[in-house]
Design a protein around this ligand. Structure first.
Ligand code: FAD
Length: 469
């Protein structure tokens, strides 16, 4: 029976659940991608993610053509386009990989219902995670809201069933592809600009994903320590590829487990695998507790009164633009603004600074990251922000407040990261670079601190006191 595979955040032609199952059913199998206007509306013309998707689609289309298939690319509202395309091609079933973003769930429900009215099916498969939705629960059948028990249960499941990460092959079934020719509209036709992704160190597509993983593998063993230092390239930078499915999560997990089994993953192997589990942890939190999109995971934290008004707006702008006067915070925000990436340690530092030094609602920071991060993922971003605001699912008490100077001294000791983004601090020594206000007369074009950390800390303790009542 003929089928349509609708690609979304799974832009690859190997180890692909929906493609595997559609082809296995016999075909002919058509492939499509929709530049979905409800998602694109509101994005800036030079959005790197759109450029990344566009370049990744060019590679995907070429790869499908190699296997005698083709990629149909449309631009419009997917809720109308997919059912229309299914009718045009007269396919019985539309195959997709599940997307757990609440907006995507709503969209897929709408598409499924329109398809159903025409006697067609939407079949969805787990693909972007190893364990989805409610697959990992406590012994009592409850969601696990603390990471370590979740991780232990996750690992146990995978150990019991390594088939969970077995590849879902495509190529052996290539005879089932419907031949044809696809066309890819230009970025200009879609209303977007060309972006030089190479300039920010990003190579799109399956080639880019594979290269990033190759580059990372020698860094896997020391990952446990190297990952905390933003001046060092100690992490994989695979988050963008995981976001758009240009790598396969099964392939990543399988490879790391195989290396570990041969004693080649060092201490870092388990630490890195745990990061991949964090990604799934936040996805299942979003699945079980969809209200986190708007509210604190721990409802009592919604009682906190955040700073508002003109002064708060000015502080928020200073944070966004990297001019808070705290070098590590500012360098991190400049990294985000200029490259679309921010190191994990710095996401924690900047988020904490916004919430606990400036007293600004974490949702404002969350929205700013969502706009700017190339790897923006609702579940991880929300989880990270709620962690920073202490309102999320972890046991850290709210009174543990990051000190932006101490963090700087610890994780960018010689100021190499800071100086890369703030060359005006280049003359400062390893002591002054974390607190330029100490270097009287040596710094000219850098602002004084917008708040004093000690004062802000005391105010935060008062502000957060409502959660105790
Ligand atoms: P690596 O260190 O190589 O980790 C490997 C992979 O594990 C990552 O690619 C990512 O998929 C996953 N991962 C690592 N850390 C986390 C984590 N804490 N939570 C969830 N998954 C994790 N990650 C996103 O992918 N999208 C986001 O929008 C996002 N927003 C964040 C916001 C805040 C406030 C914080 C504190 C963290 C956020 N993270 C987000 C998590 C993390 O910072 C990034 O995944 C990581 O920095 C990406 O770099 P990497 O690929 O080199 O990571």
């Amino acid at each position: 029976k003929s089928a349509l595979v609708w690609f979304r955040r799974d832009l690859r032609a190997f180890d692909h659940a929906a493609l595997h199952h559609a082809l296995q059913a016999g075909g002919p199998v058509y492939c499509a991608f929709v530049f979905d206007t409800p998602i694109l509306e509101g994005l800036p013309r030079d959005d790197r993610r759109v450029a990344f998707i566009h370049a990744s689609l060019a590679e995907l289309a070429a790869e499908l053509e190699q296997m005698n298939g083709h990629l149909i690319v449309r631009h419009g509202d997917a809720r109308a386009i997919i059912p229309a395309l299914a009718a045009e091609l007269d396919v019985a079933t539309v195959f997709v990989n599940e997307d757990y973003d609440p907006a995507a769930i709503a969209r897929d429900e709408a598409v499924a219902s329109t398809l159903r009215e025409a006697g067609r099916d939407l079949r969805a498969f787990k693909d972007q995670v190893v364990l989805a939705k409610a697959e990992v629960l406590s012994q009592a059948g409850k969601p696990l809201t603390v990471f370590t028990p979740y991780k232990n249960a996750w690992l146990k499941k995978l150990n019991l069933d390594p088939g969970l990460v077995a590849p879902l092959h495509v190529e052996p079934y290539a005879a089932a592809f419907a031949p044809g020719r696809g066309t890819l509209p230009s970025l200009a036709q879609l209303g977007f600009d060309e972006v030089d992704l190479g300039a920010v160190g990003v190579t799109p597509g399956m080639t880019g994903g594979a290269a990033a993983f190759e580059e990372f593998l020698p860094k896997l063993a020391p990952y446990g320590t190297a990952r905390d230092f933003p001046a060092v390239r100690g992490t994989s930078q695979l988050s963008l590829h995981l976001r758009f499915g240009t790598v396969s999560i099964r392939h990543l997990v399988r490879t790391v487990r195989e290396l570990a089994a041969h004693g080649q993953a060092g201490d870092g192997g388990a630490v890195w695998l745990a990061e991949l589990v964090w990604r799934e942890f936040y996805q299942q939190i979003l699945f079980h507790f969809p209200y986190v999109v708007r509210s604190a995971f721990k409802p009592v934290y919604d009682r906190i009164e955040w700073e508002t008004g003109a002064q708060a707006d000015e502080l928020f702008a200073a944070w966004c633009e990297g001019r808070t006067g705290y070098p590590l915070v500012d360098a991190a925000m400049l990294q985000l603004n200029r490259t679309g990436f921010m190191h994990n340690r710095l996401r924690m530092v900047t988020a904490s600074f916004l919430v606990k030094d400036l007293g600004i609602d974490w949702r404002r920071g969350e929205a700013y990251f969502a706009l700017k991060l190339n790897d923006y993922e609702l579940a991880s971003n929300n989880g990270g922000w709620q962690w920073a605001a202490s309102s999320g699912c972890d046991a850290q008490p709210f009174f543990r407040i990051f000190n932006p100077v101490t963090q700087s001294q610890k994780f960018d000791a010689d100021g190499a990261f800071i100086k890369a983004f703030l060359p005006q601090l280049g003359q400062l020594n390893a002591k002054e670079v974390h607190a330029p206000w100490l270097a009287v007369g040596k710094v000219h074009d850098y602002p004084p601190p917008v708040v004093q950390h000690d004062v802000a800390r005391a105010r935060t303790l008062e502000r957060f006191a409502v959660v105790k009542g």
